[in-house]
Design a protein around this ligand. Structure first.
Ligand SMILES: Cc1ncc(COP(=O)(O)O)c(C=O)c1O
Length: 202
C-alpha cells in the first residue's frame, strides 16, 4: 500500500543534468559561479559566529530585503528571499496554479519546470522555440488559448543562451491573461549594456 498522491506515484522525478567534476572545466550550468567568492563575501562568511547558528534567522529576512531592495531600486515587498531559484519556482507554481490548471513553458528549457508542474498536478503546455531558438511570435496566443494561469520563461534562455528583450517581455506580460514569471538565473552573463531598469518595469 502506498500513500503518495497518484500524480507523485506515476511521475519519474527530476533528473539532474551532467555535473562534470574535472578541474579543467569552466562549469557554467546549474547557475554556479566558476570563480571564487569576492573578498567581501569571503569576509562576511568568515565573520559568522558558530554560536549564532543556534537560532534561525529572521523569519521575514527584513534586513536582507531592505538591502536587496535598496541595491536594485525596488521596495522591500518586491523581494522574496528563498533557498535558490528552485524554491521560488515551486512557490510560484503553488501560489498561481491550482491542480488541473495549465502552465506554459518554452521548450527546450529548464528541466525542473515540467517536474514542478507535475508535482502540482497541473497540465503542461510546452511551446517549441523557433528554428533560430527565439521565442515564437505566437507564444502569447498559445498560452492564452490554453487558458494558462502561469507562464515560465528563462531569460537569457537556458539551454540556448538567447536573450529576449525587455520590451518583448513587457508585451508578453501585458497580453498574457495569467502571471508571467521571468527566470533570470543566468542574467549575470548578460552584457550590462542590455540591462534594463527593473524598477520602472514593475
Ligand atoms: C533556468 C534555471 N532557473 C533556476 C535555477 C536554480 O538556480 P539556483 O537554485 O542556483 O538559484 C537553475 C539552476 O540550474 C536554472 O538553470
Amino acid at each position: 500500500m502506498t500513500f503518495e498522491r497518484a500524480n507523485i506515484q506515476s511521475m519519474s522525478g527530476y533528473t539532474p543534468g551532467e555535473q562534470p567534476t574535472e578541474n579543467d572545466v569552466i562549469k557554467l550550468n546549474t547557475n554556479e559561479n566558476p570563480y571564487p567568492a569576492s573578498r567581501a563575501v569571503t569576509e562576511a562568511l568568515a565573520s559568522i559566529q558558530v554560536e549564532d547558528l543556534r537560532r534561525y534567522p529572521s523569519p521575514t529576512a527584513a534586513r536582507f530585503r531592505q538591502s536587496a531592495a535598496a541595491y536594485h531600486g525596488l521596495k522591500d515587498f518586491n523581494i522574496i528571499p528563498t533557498n535558490g531559484g528552485d524554491e521560488l519556482l515551486r512557490l510560484a507554481i503553488t501560489t498561481f496554479a491550482s491542480e488541473g490548471d495549465t502552465v506554459g513553458i518554452a521548450v527546450p528549457g529548464y528541466s525542473l519546470y515540467p517536474v514542478l508542474t507535475e508535482i502540482q498536478g497541473c497540465k503542461l503546455l510546452p511551446v517549441p522555440l523557433s528554428d533560430n531558438w527565439t521565442l515564437p511570435g505566437n507564444f502569447v496566443s498559445r498560452v492564452n488559448d490554453a487558458g494558462a494561469r502561469l507562464a515560465l520563461l528563462v531569460n537569457p534562455h537556458a539551454p540556448t543562451g538567447m536573450l529576449t528583450s525587455a520590451s518583448e517581455l513587457m508585451e508578453i506580460a501585458e497580453s498574457f491573461n495569467g502571471v508571467l514569471l521571468v527566470d533570470e538565473a543566468y542574467v549575470d552573463f548578460v552584457d550590462p549594456q542590455y540591462e534594463y531598469n527593473l524598477a520602472s518595469a514593475i
